[in-house]
Design a protein around this ligand. Sequence first.
Ligand code: SAH
Length: 225
Amino acid sequence: MASILEDRFEEREALIAELEVNGHLNDPRVEEAMLAVPRHLFVPDELADSAYQDKPLPVGNGQTISAPHMVAMMTSALMLEPGDRVLEIGGGRGYHAAVLAEMVGPKGHVTTIEYVPELAEAARERLAEIDSKVEVVTGDGFDGYPRNAPYDAILVTCAIPTVPDALLEQMAKTGHIVAPVGSTQSMLTVLRKVGKMWQKDEMGPCLFVPARGRLGGENPDESSD
Ligand code: SAH
């Protein structure tokens, strides 16, 4: 186990240093978490040599793994604490979920929802291999995942037209939702909940794969409740 986690460690260190220099990363806990997760295991084998460049990579099924600077910025914005319960929507092959799991530690819990069954399965396999206790759920993130709610933080990693009510409702009393909102050109949006109040902050434009299914605005049938 030690060797699989230490593999390509210097490449990870160099990437973290690059993100720091470029101003994308200045949170030591996020740095530690990103150093701990071997990104090359979460990309297709033939792309392992590119895994420590700061760019998104295709992971199959028309989907991508987000660029490391985006993972760093979004993770910092979530303001995670050890022991937090986190929901991610758009699990892909599980890289960002593994970083979140490092952030919240053994007392925390990470649930990730992935729409494409093949990717969800690949995520389960990889996460188990590095002994990361993320719960991977296959499905559409539109309804969140009430079973593990309330969440201290919710991360969305596909572009959504609006933040669905279910996600707002599944938040704990305080915490952050980070999501790319808007379909063609998305705005990286942070919603901060304090009691019954929400504060909205926009971090800047960003590019994400569009959400599919109901989360993406398909069949918006909200008549059921
Ligand atoms: N967090 C991932 C990045 C995934 S890219 C990582 O660390 O690599 C966005 C992912 O969102 C894709 O895998 C896509 O299949 C998924 N997705 C798209 N629509 C979705 C939906 N409605 N519910 C859940 N996941 C969705």
